[in-house]
Design a protein around this ligand. Structure first.
Ligand SMILES: NC(=O)c1ccc[n+]([C@@H]2O[C@H](COP(=O)([O-])OP(=O)(O)OC[C@H]3O[C@@H](n4cnc5c(N)ncnc54)[C@H](OP(=O)(O)O)[C@@H]3O)[C@@H](O)[C@H]2O)c1
Length: 318
């Protein structure tokens, strides 16, 4: 069968022939893959930089997808840490890590949306006690996960939703997705801090896809401008596109009621992530969230990898 194969962490995967794998465990089945999303998480799997990565090569990338199981059901599946990923004509799926989808579901849209939507869905439902009416700042709102976070926060009953991001056009487009205000992160750090501090001074929850210096600057800005420093502020670290480390001022943790948590594999147990799949898949299938996706044939996987523009989510279709 054909698969995307990573043979070196320095080069993109290429489409190659590999032997078809055989199920080994009682709940494992061979699934015909229909669509697998090319998420940042998959890129970091393929370049060996994700915190779950091992040195094992070759590997087939892809952490989730939509496929047809031997019993004929259409399923969304999440794979464990494995070298037999989703970007292949067939892959091994543990049925307990999958959810049956309605036949009318669009596999490409579902494969595109589940990972970026899970980021905020799980963060708000599993890492904080999120209450309707609370105000949410999405830091790094112009990416696929950020755009989803705006919609998920709105869907879960947020009060004000503020989106902060760099590029003007996707930032302006956030209003259609449900933001009450947007903040440009473009410009001198002092100006950005001023804008952010004013717009998000009453935030209750921050969903942070950036980390790095922008997160440290934003934290300082929000705390400095807070009307009531005793009002809880929960900062959920979800992504790190602006840098793997951030210099958090110690005063931030003393001068305000700041709680810093992370959300991802490990900080949320696998059983909790799996428990969220059916509800989120149902919402995505009924069209509750908008996502821009484009299908790329498996044969073109190498070109898809080289296209790193942060726009529509690429979905590999074997
Ligand atoms: N923990 C989880 O459960 C989880 C789940 C999904 C994703 N994530 C993580 O979340 C992050 C974002 O994922 P994604 O799906 O949204 O990726 P994406 O669609 O590729 O978008 C990335 C966005 O990051 C923005 N960006 C990059 N560097 C920036 C900087 N220095 N300042 C401001 N914005 C910057 C880009 O902004 P421009 O528009 O300005 O170019 C782009 O819109 C990744 O780190 C991913 O691994 C975590």
């Amino acid at each position: 069968m054909r698969a995307a194969v990573v043979t070196s962490f320095d080069t993109p995967p290429t489409c190659q022939d590999i032997p078809t794998p055989t199920p080994q465990a009682p709940d494992e089945v061979l699934v015909d893959v229909i669509a697998a999303g090319l998420h940042p998480r998959v890129r970091s799997q393929a370049d060996g930089s994700h915190y779950t990565s091992t040195d094992a090569l070759p590997l087939i990338p892809g952490i989730d997808g939509v496929g047809r199981a031997p019993d004929g059901t259409l399923r969304y599946f999440v794979l464990p840490d494995t070298t037999m990923g989703a970007m292949a004509e067939r892959t091994l799926v543990d049925l307990r890590r999958s959810v049956v989808l309605p036949e009318e579901g669009d596999p490409v849209l579902i494969a595109a949306a589940m990972n970026p939507a899970m980021a905020s869905w799980v963060a708000l439902r599993r890492r904080v006690t999120f209450e309707r009416g609370q105000n949410v700042l999405v830091l790094g709102a112009t990416g696929n996960s950020g755009r989803m976070a705006v919609q998920v926060a709105r869907h879960l009953g947020a009060g004000r939703v503020i989106g902060a991001g760099r590029r003007p056009e996707p930032l302006a487009a956030l209003t259609e997705l449900g933001t009450d205000a947007t903040v440009s992160l473009d410009g001198a750090p002092d100006e950005v801090a001023g804008r952010l501090g004013q717009a998000a001074r009453d935030a209750d929850v921050v969903i942070d896809y950036l980390w790095g210096q922008p997160a440290a600057d934003a934290m300082r800005a929000l705390i400095t401008n807070r009307a009531d420093r005793g009002r809880p502020l929960t900062w959920i670290e979800v992504g790190s596109v602006a840098g793997p480390t951030a210099a958090i001022p110690s005063a931030a943790l003393r001068a305000a009621r700041l709680c810093l948590v992370g959300s991802g594999q490990g900080s949320v147990p696998t059983r909790d992530i799996l428990a969220e799949l059916p509800g989120l898949a149902a919402e995505i299938t009924r069209g509750a969230f908008r996502i821009d996706a484009h299908a790329v044939p498996l044969a073109d996987v190498e070109a898809a990898w080289r296209d790193t523009g942060a726009g529509r989510r690429a979905v590999i279709t074997p």
